[in-house]
Design a protein around this ligand. Structure first.
Ligand code: UDX
Length: 414
């Protein structure tokens, strides 16, 4: 099938490359020329396991092309995906500016019947009440679908091709049929519903996963005080199939481009319709405070003022260069307030951190950090940090449960 995708961020590019790998002919539209050129040269603008290889493969087969020419790509397509960003405003409310402008671009270029698919994460009601009316301005016939993504950064391609389910919120049987053709040859179970329910499925999924993490952190914080290992506790809890062990790892808290933003957006929507949203408020509160617990543990052992403090791990999790909402940022800000000298390393996120904090000492590897500091704080569980000998003779404050031979070892929830 001929597919056009607006937006070449994480979701757009992963979707494009994966659809092309299944034999569809894909045009990825973006407004940034450098990004388009980079993609067409076989280089992914984002770091993602396996992306460059798959991208090169589908480019070679002529199944994918990035383009600035939205009109042509939309005109040719049978299905158009909206994969633009939906950032949070300062108060947590979702910002739909990119969605509206992408919908307008489609509306202005609709030439024959197509299915328009919202893949961006949007609050319930957006597809029907915001996107659809803009498309209707075209006066042309179209079908509409909301198809949330469930990709994890670092395993986005695997999740896209082999995830647990595909949710299709469709407006008609005809749209359903076209969308089933898009996902022919995908092994996942397909769940059919309406667009607004599909939007809520995405928010409910992410909010429940975030809730599991904050729950594990709250239990973990009590465990710490009682001398109990919260990982052992969750290993025991997770044996109950109703609960499952996944997303119960306590630590420095959740970050990234989805959980914090999506929980805030759902919270905001709930408040807007008069619900108190007691649980999700607490989920965010636990998470905001969690990285600061590492600083409290640090202060138990040393006054950070004027001291050399190491941070291992700056990305919000291992396997990505993404630092959005990373716990490391809260820790760096707090250490700077306390006038510590920071020495930091991350295998992938250094460039992004350098732009935000040009004045902290960014080292070439974990060993260089350790050699320069009195105390090491572990904030992301990269494999590079898993050599216990690395920490010999040091004080270690661990937010990610790495085994060390440290002189003094303090785990956040164990
Ligand atoms: C998440 C969802 O998993 C995915 O389905 C959705 O489409 C996008 O948001 P992602 O943000 O890539 O994916 O990362 P994920 O692996 O889910 O981790 C999110 C955060 O939670 C990370 O900061 C991670 O360190 C933290 N986490 C995860 C924990 O602290 N404990 C856990 O047990 C699991």
């Amino acid at each position: 099938m001929k597919i056009a995708i607006i937006g070449t961020g994480y979701v757009g590019l992963t979707s494009g490359v994966c659809f092309a790998s299944k034999g569809h002919s894909v045009k990825c539209i973006d407004v940034i020329e450098e990004k388009v050129d980079l993609i067409n040269s076989g280089k992914s603008p984002i770091f993602e396991e396996g992306m460059d290889e798959l991208l090169t493969d589908v480019l070679g087969k002529g199944l994918l092309k990035a383009t600035l020419d939205a009109k042509n790509a939309i005109n040719e397509a049978e299905v158009v995906f909206l994969c633009v960003g939906t950032p949070s405003s300062d108060d947590g409310k979702i910002n739909l500016d990119y969605i509206k402008s992408a919908a307008k671009t489609i509306s202005e270029n609709l030439n024959n019947h197509k299915v328009i698919v919202v893949k961006s994460t949007v609050v319930p009601g957006t597809t029907i009440n915001v996107v659809k009316p803009i498309l209707e301005e075209s006066g042309k016939s179209f079908g509409i679908c909301m198809n949330p993504e469930f990709l994890k950064e670092g395993s986005a391609i695997k999740d896209f091709l082999n995830g647990d389910r595909i949710v299709l919120g469709v407006d008609s049987k005809n749209t359903e049929e076209i969308m089933r053709n898009v996902y022919t040859n995908f092994p996942q179970e397909i769940f059919i519903t309406n667009p607004t329910t599909a939007e809520m499925i995405k928010y409910a999924s992410n909010s429940l996963l975030a809730t599991k993490i904050s729950f594990a952190n709250e239990i973990g914080n009590v465990c710490k005080k009682l001398g109990i290992d919260s990982y052992d506790v969750m290993d025991g809890v997770g044996l109950d199939k109703r609960l499952s062990r996944s997303f119960l790892n306590s630590g420095a808290g959740f970050g990234g481009s989805c959980f914090p933003k999506d929980v805030k957006a759902l919270l905001h929507k709930g408040l807007e319709v008069g619900e108190p949203m007691t649980l999700l408020k607490s989920v965010l509160k636990v998470n905001d405070e969690q990285p600061l617990r590492l600083i409290e543990l640090l202060k138990k052992h040393i006054n950070p003022e004027g001291k050399n403090i190491g941070i291992l791990g700056l990305a919000f999790k291992k396997g990505t260069d993404d630092i959005r909402e990373a716990p490391s940022l809260i820790i760096i800000d707090e250490l700077l307030k306390l006038k510590a000298n920071i020495f930091a390393f991350d295998p992938k996120a250094m460039e992004h951190i350098k732009k935000l904090y040009p004045n902290i000492n960014l080292m070439n590897n974990a060993q260089e950090v350790v050699d320069n500091v009195d105390v090491v704080m572990i904030v992301t569980d990269w494999d590079d940090f898993k050599n216990p000998e690395l920490y010999s003779g040091k004080i270690v404050i661990d937010g990610r449960r790495i085994k060390t031979n440290a002189e003094v070892y303090e785990g956040i929830c164990w």
